[in-house]
Design a protein around this ligand. Structure first.
Ligand SMILES: N[C@@H](CCC(=O)N[C@@H](CS)C(=O)NCC(=O)O)C(=O)O
Length: 204
């Protein structure tokens, strides 16, 4: 399989970590949706990363749809999101919360990096960062320890740690270890695993 997208994109990195945790071989094409738009569009007509090219040539896009397919391939015992019931609802709720915060963080970052400084709309930037902080504070309170839902690592941990690592690199977000101590502990634990360390944006 080929994963299209660089790991600075948290959406791409959550797919990469999932592939690694599920022991699925893949190669990475570390391209950027801004600088390599035509290449990205060949894989995803919307021109966004990630896209996953399967061994039979079929292409999947949108990180959640890709991850759902990988879980299905892995089977119910290995899947990172439980297949049914209360456990599934719990993991899904935490995962989509982290994903929603990721979208708000991306919106805030775009306001800073895509616009000429004199056209930035400060209220919109603050609105998005406010959502990042309120969502993250809630997520921090959900951590049971050592992982989000207790003893087993799930997709909620993958997505939360990827989000946190992204926010730490995005200094203007104002997110630090002090603001979310439980998530910081989670990220430290995850950072010891090759799936997380090998895909860290700083390592690419
Ligand atoms: N919902 C999508 C979001 C993907 C996304 O926003 N990717 C960004 C990179 S972090 C991108 O390709 N942005 C370029 C653009 O939207 O034009 C997913 O989960 O895969």
């Amino acid at each position: 399989m080929k994963l299209v997208g660089r790991y600075l994109s948290p959406f791409t990195r959550r797919v990469a970590i999932t592939l690694e945790l599920l022991d699925m071989p893949y190669e990475n094409e570390p391209i950027n949706a801004w600088q390599n738009l035509e290449d990205v569009r060949r894989a995803n007509p919307v021109g966004r990363i990630p896209a996953l090219v399967l061994d039979d040539g079929d292409v999947l896009f949108d990180s959640s749809a890709i991850i759902d397919h990988l879980d299905e391939m892995a089977g119910p015992d290995k899947a990172l999101t439980p297949r049914s019931g209360a456990e599934r609802r719990r993991v899904m709720r935490l995962t989509v919360a982290a994903l929603g915060i990721m979208e708000k963080a991306a919106a805030a970052r775009y306001e800073l990096v895509m616009r000429p400084a004199d056209t930035r709309h400060q209220p919109w930037l603050e609105h998005n960062l406010g959502q990042v902080h309120s969502g993250l504070a809630w997520l921090d309170r959900q951590v049971e320890g050592p992982w989000m839902t207790g003893e087993a690592l799930t997709q909620a941990d993958v997505t939360t740690v990827v989000l946190y690592d992204f926010l730490r690199l995005f200094e203007e977000s104002g997110v630090s270890a002090d603001t979310v101590p439980a998530i910081d502990a989670l990220a430290r634990l995850a950072g010891k695993m090759p799936a997380f360390s090998r895909t860290h944006p700083a390592a690419q």
